[in-house]
Design a protein around this ligand. Structure first.
Ligand SMILES: C[S@@+](CC[C@H](N)C(=O)[O-])C[C@H]1O[C@@H](n2cnc3c(N)ncnc32)[C@H](O)[C@@H]1O
Ligand SMILES: [Zn+2]
Length: 184
C-alpha cells in the first residue's frame, strides 16, 4: 500500500518580494502544510554568518526556536524558506511540543493560487530603533501593516498606528464658518 501526502504548495516569483510560496490547491484552515526545515545552528553562529545577499544585508532564512537554537533554512532547507512575511498572514509557524521543530499551518481556508505568508515577528536584542524598523521594512501592504517584519510590543504598534492617523482639523471658529449670502 502506498500513502502519499498531498503537495499543498508550489514555489514561484512573488510580486511582494523575490521568490514566494503559493497554494497549489484549496487548503483548509488548520492544515499542516509542511515543516520549516534547515540546519540547526547557535545564535552566535547565526550572528557570525555573512548576509546571503550583500545587496540585501538584512535578508534572513533564520528561524529562532524557543529552545535557543536557530533553524538556518539556507542550509539543508526546504521550500518553506521562501515563504514571505505578512502582518495579516494566512499561515502561522507553529513549534511542536518539544520546541525543536516548526510547522507551517493554515490559519484560515486558503484558495488555490494565493501566496502563503506567516508573520515573521523577528526578535532582535536591544531597543527597536527607527533605523532597525527601516532595515526590516515590511512591504506586505495589509491595511494594518505595522511597517516592519520585527515583532513590536502593543505599545509600539499603537504608537505607529497613531502616527499614521490623519491629524484632526481644529474645530472651525466663527470666522471660518461659511456665511449665508444676504438676499439682495
Ligand atoms: C525567508 S526569505 C523569503 C523569501 C524571499 N522572498 C526570497 O526570495 O529570498 C525572507 C526575506 O524576504 C524578504 N521579505 C519577506 N517578506 C517581506 C515583506 N513583507 N516585506 C519586505 N521584504 C520581505 C526579506 O528580505 C526577508 O529577509
Ligand atoms: Zn506588513
Amino acid at each position: 500500500m502506498t500513502s502519499s501526502t498531498p503537495t499543498w504548495h508550489f514555489v514561484e516569483k512573488s510580486t511582494l518580494h523575490g521568490t514566494g510560496v503559493f497554494a497549489a490547491t484549496d487548503i483548509p484552515a488548520g492544515t499542516e502544510i509542511f515543516e520549516y526545515k534547515g540546519k540547526r545552528i547557535t545564535p552566535e553562529q547565526a550572528d557570525a554568518m555573512h548576509p546571503v545577499n550583500p545587496d540585501d544585508p538584512f535578508h534572513t532564512f533564520f528561524f529562532a526556536l524557543s529552545c535557543g537554537k536557530v533553524i538556518d533554512g539556507g542550509q539543508k532547507g526546504n521550500d518553506a524558506r521562501w515563504i514571505n512575511h505578512s502582518c495579516e498572514p494566512n499561515c502561522e509557524a507553529q513549534e511542536n511540543s518539544s520546541g525543536k521543530k516548526v510547522f507551517i499551518i493554515a490559519l484560515r481556508d486558503i484558495a488555490a493560487g494565493e501566496e502563503l505568508f506567516y508573520d515573521y515577528g523577528l526578535i532582535l536584542d536591544g531597543r527597536i530603533t527607527k533605523t532597525l524598523r527601516r532595515q526590516y521594512q515590511c512591504l506586505c501592504g495589509a491595511p494594518d501593516c505595522r511597517g516592519t517584519m520585527l515583532a513590536l510590543t502593543d505599545r509600539q504598534k499603537a504608537a505607529i498606528k497613531a502616527a499614521r492617523k490623519p491629524k484632526k482639523e481644529p474645530a472651525p471658529t466663527a470666522k471660518d464658518k461659511p456665511r449665508k449670502r444676504q438676499a439682495a
